[in-house]
Design a protein around this ligand. Structure first.
Ligand SMILES: Cc1cc2nc3c(=O)[nH]c(=O)nc-3n(C[C@H](O)[C@H](O)[C@H](O)COP(=O)(O)OP(=O)(O)OC[C@H]3O[C@@H](n4cnc5c(N)ncnc54)[C@H](O)[C@@H]3O)c2cc1C
Length: 347
């Protein structure tokens, strides 16, 4: 079975690795370089803290488990970082902890002293007396290193050459044509083109409504701050980013682009951050299908064309990659039933 996967982000890499493991001959084509799309500019928090409805929560929980399992299996699989997530602010933390615990998600309310034990670099004055949540099973990923691992075995890679057309005859795809003019024959094509998935869907006449969102991430210089996990404070979200760098994000910076204000907010939580400078600011485009939920798996109208497109793909990629690979190889997966492209109303 010859499969062409369009896009070498976390989804393309995970689908390709799962297909290769199942014996398919896989070619991954990327118009740029692996990991150069949204996966290379992501907060990459592995979680299911606020995912609705229930089936989507469960899909994300399965995604979290798949990351822990892969990292445990692969020697030096240290692109995955556990350590849980810490959050405070707002009255809803306790309610969220209770609701998640009912679903079996590891969640607890911790005291200020316990939070300081976990994150001794925080200014204790910034922590409330009550309403600090800790979620031990969460983590974060270095997506580009994960992609490198997934593409390393049994996958043919074509880079710097975009797919510009799909050869569709009747309801069957026969291959793809690249910008260079090269044609690649295929028994199946998987659309993992992230924020550009609608363009690749249009190549087989499918409409994929997308509401992508452009966001900003701020990377500090290396700084000796003992930040060890994903932390969501009221005005700033933080996580480690290798060699002492810290990655900062907030909903507000996506709206106002005020980088200095975000760094100031971070330094008011972790005073040591005042010694950092801004090393880079990256824009990432969240790939978001029209109703916010993933578009995954087989398509009713085109027999051998498949999707793996969503937000939260860093969390989902390993688990979903396996399910999509099963469908490509002819085994329909009930777990994907809620995520068909047909829900947007096409035949
Ligand atoms: C600021 C921000 C924060 C985020 N935080 C989180 C988070 O905390 N947790 C989480 O799980 N998710 C998070 N996400 C979402 C997550 O990063 C994305 O869902 C994920 O990276 C998408 O991966 P992908 O493989 O679908 O797309 P991409 O990584 O964009 O890969 C798609 C690839 O397709 C290629 N391509 C496109 N068109 C073509 C074509 N015609 N031919 C060939 N190649 C093509 C591109 O070059 C690209 O490399 C965040 C995103 C952003 C922007």
């Amino acid at each position: 079975m010859r499969v062409v996967v369009v896009g070498a982000g976390v989804y393309g890499a995970a689908v390709a690795a799962a297909l290769a493991r199942r014996g398919a001959a896989v070619t991954v084509v990327d118009g740029s370089a692996p990991g150069s799309g949204t996966s290379g500019a992501s907060f990459a928090w592995v979680n299911s803290r606020n995912k609705q409805p229930l089936h989507y929560h469960e899909l994300n929980v399965a995604g979290m488990a798949a990351h822990r399992q892969l990292a445990a299996e692969v020697p030096l699989g240290d692109w995955y970082h556990g350590g849980g997530g810490l959050t405070w602010g707002g009255t809803e933390v306790r309610e969220r902890v209770d609701a998640l615990r009912e679903l079996g998600y590891a969640a607890e309310v911790v005291t200020r002293a316990e939070a300081m034990e976990l994150e001794p670099g925080i200014d204790p004055a910034r922590l409330p007396d009550d309403g600090i949540g800790y979620f031990p099973d969460e983590g974060w990923v270095e997506p580009v290193r994960l992609i490198g691992h997934l593409l390393a075995r049994g996958v043919q890679l074509v880079t710097g050459d975009a797919v510009v057309a799909v050869d569709l005859r009747g309801d069957v795809v026969r291959g793809v044509r690249l910008a260079s003019g090269v044609e690649i024959g295929a028994d199946a094509v998987v659309n993992c083109a992230g924020a550009k998935a609608a363009e690749v869907a249009a190549m087989v006449g499918l409409t994929l409504p997308m509401s992508n969102l452009r966001c900003l991430l701020v990377y500090t210089s290396p700084v000796a701050v003992p930040l060890a996990r994903v932390v969501h404070a009221p005005d700033v979200h933080l996580r480690p980013e290798g060699d002492g760098r810290i990655l900062l994000h907030s909903g507000e910076i996506d709206r106002n682009g005020e980088v200095e204000k975000l760094v100031h907010a971070a330094a008011s939580v972790y005073p040591g951050i005042r010694h950092a400078t801004v090393e880079s600011v990256r824009a990432g485009e969240r790939p978001i299908p029209g109703d916010g939920l993933p578009v995954l798996g087989r398509v009713a109208g085109v027999r051998n064309y498949f999707f793996a497109v969503s937000h939260s793909a860093v969390t989902l990629c390993l688990h979903v990659g396996g399910l999509v690979a099963d469908e490509v190889l002819g085994e329909e997966r009930d777990e994907l039933a809620a995520y068909r492209v047909e829900r947007f109303g096409q035949a």
